[in-house]
Design a protein around this ligand. Sequence first.
Ligand code: ATP
Length: 500
Amino acid sequence: MPKWTKEIVIGFVPVLLIFLAYVGVNILPVVIALIMLGALYAVTVMRGGITVGAAQERKRKKAPPAKLTFEEIGGQDSAKQELREALDFMIRHEEIKKFGIRPLKGILLTGPPGTGKTLMAKAAASYTNAVFVAASGSEFVEMYVGVGASRIRDLFKDARTRALKENKENAVIFIDEIDVIGGKREGGQQREYDQTLNQLLTEMDGIYTSDAPRILLIAATNRKEMLDSALLRPGRFDRHIQVDLPDKKGRMHILNIHAKNKPLHPDVNMTKVAEESYGFSGAQLESVMNEAAIYAMRENLSQIEQRHLSMAVDKVMLGEKTDRESTQEEKRRVAVHELGHAVLAEIVAPGSVNQVALSPRGKALGYVRHNPQEEKYLYTKAYLEGQIMIALAGAAAEEIYYGGRSTGSSNDFEQALNMVQTMMKSGLTSLGIMSMDMVTTEVLMKENQMILDDLAARTKKLLEEHAAVFEHSLDILLKEERLSGDEFRCQFRDSTLLPA
Ligand code: ATP
């Protein structure tokens, strides 16, 4: 019955007021009092209601966290090792005390999205037999002054009470996207989140004073350079662990972890999938396994086959196939554009093209799939120039065959510009070794233009030299809508056999 009390009151009060007014009672003071009470309630809910919201949030987090161990995190060997070493400080606290070493308060995990930072924090909680409380930086941003700070207080209080209740000596608090509240404080301007940040610093300083439960703060960001130096100074987040995109071995490991609960065909070659998924994060690899399973299920098969995995890699990389119908003219332009990329890629890195396709995927109307290359950590000037030329080749081909470009090259140009910037920052241009702040925008623009003009001209020349390959491949691509790397290379071989 209490369930209906609110509804009954809401229905009854207006009826009563109307009745009283009807029989001649002055209801104005009552109405004013009700309006004032309502306003007061609304304000309290908005400011303090956060406490209600926070309580709900905490309730959500109170669900017993799945016991996740470091073994369930693929790759990231050095990050896991570093983290485990840091956590040993927390476990061997008695020894540490003897040496007078101050306990660790904060660990900062930095790295691109989806690389497993949250997983690391969860595994840290299991490793230290701690309760795990998580929040995201954006949860602390509120328009009302002081709300963010009070949420920080709640978060620490919650970690402490939960640890006491569950009889645990340790608590791990994980704050994702710490840069939202921990950004650099500039000038004298006081922002709401300055208070939040101050509160966080105060709570961190307070960690020493109470012995039980021991609290460890783990924060994650992919923009470490944005963080306020107060957060990074010794005694606060003074352990920084880089969680990078996995290399081939790491990708294999992650794929195998996510393949455990899936029926794989015995012929599936995971090494090949790991090679094809170069540059993927852990989250994207998880998605590859998931999508492959969906493809297999759609075909009513009982096992996931290699082609499902390749299709899933394409889907994660380029987006789902769409049934957008393009006009014949548009199709031809897309084919010219993609072949431009493919021809240049094959010239710059022979054997690198895996497939050219015209089928629309995600936002792209066509695509070139490249064969996995050796993983590189250092790039030479020649390599970067080659990659820029591949990026510019789509637009260059359109210029040759249509006399002008289309809007389809904006992504390519973005890639090219990023690579030119890398060259500039690494002292690989005629500007020599310099910092981007040392020179004016005009100088940078002039250098940028010079590099791109030169590379665009070289790209056009190469495409013109390979016009025969281009045109034969274009015919096949328009007819078949796809051209395999081997077929494409046949065109190259044939063209060299033809008399010039
Ligand atoms: P964000 O910065 O976007 O919050 P994150 O780095 O915290 O991302 P997680 O939330 O830890 O990433 O990872 C997302 C999902 O991706 C995980 O639930 C898991 O399925 C998968 N994943 C990511 N990295 C790994 C890994 N190293 N091993 C196994 N699975 C992984």
